[in-house]
Design a protein around this ligand. Sequence first.
Ligand code: ATP
Ligand code: FE
Length: 368
Amino acid sequence: RLVLGIETSCDDTGAAVLDDSGVILGEALHSQKEVHLRTGGIIPTVAQQLHRDHIERVVQEALLRSGVSPAQLSAVATTVKPGLALSLGIGLEFSQKFVRQHNLPFIPIHHMEAHALTVRMLEPIAFPFLVLLVSGGHSLLAVARGVDDFLLLGQTMDEAPGDTLDKVARRLSLIKHPQCSTLSGGQAIELLAKDGDRLRFSFTTPLRHIRDCCFSFAGLRTQITKEIMKKEAEEGIQEGTLLTCASDIAAAVQHTVAAHLAKRTHRAILFCKENSLLPPSSPTLVLSGGVASNQYIRKALSMITDLTGLQLLCPPAKLCTDNGVMIAWNGVERLREGKGILPPDADVCYQPKAPLGVDITAEVRAAA
Ligand code: ATP
Ligand code: FE
């Protein structure tokens, strides 16, 4: 059985063909990151136009590389939620035309479920397992209990950590740093932090007094911005000029984000243990999303998993960020179990906002 996966939920146009054991037969990806880096953020209409310009070619390339013709496919799986409405719309419109033209089953995919399950493509991890997804658009902790069965333990109450790192990097004008001009905000902060002294600045870890699994980064960003403004005044420099202490700020920011993620994850692990939500033998934490490629953050989480006796798994960086492969893999998992497979002419709508699984955030808070 062969599945074509299509991803357009944000700023990557991705497609991939997988066989049912998870072998990638062909893939293609068009990233819009450079364009959005120049405008300092994603402009939805620009993202939509770029998806429109590239989707046909990306899908054709993935098919060509796989040597698979549309008639040989068993199904097409496409992200339909959550994400940017205009971006989701292009992927869905293209896919519906494609499945109708080739008379193929259609599998609508939840983007975050796909992120959570990607690890199973590489390693035979049994359900249930704990996942921490941290990216530019999300921050959440969930228990994956099955292909379409998730418990949401907590998520961000405001912005996502990748978004915070991107905004701080922009505020610090890191793009003007010779080594950072082509890096995402998170990558730039990780690079600069290597030479920084994190103890020169101290930021308060968010939600210190609330012992649940939710995240918050907006207040932290305000703290950071105030500190940057103070330093700019001290150094007598204009906004948009690189501060001499930028790497120290980067190190402190990275440390605080890591500490926040680690503390919430620790809480989630304890909650799972208290409520027998994870298997007693070799329980696993899966870490994914763009922010998961940060080595300092990984180290902080590995300290928590070591402490609590979990194994930590992280898909390779390429599979942590948005791509067609993870969507195709979710399609494979659903096809195997016969879950959520629709006829080609089914009416499907995209959903910009879609919670992941059953939300037990309040229960987790009450148990604290
Ligand atoms: P989503 O997947 O939630 O829709 P997205 O497309 O922005 O959002 P990803 O592509 O998974 O998310 O990740 C991009 C984010 O990851 C950016 O915010 C970027 O700054 C961050 N990031 C990438 N590399 C690193 C790193 N080494 N350290 C920290 N953050 C990083
Ligand atoms: Fe994503």
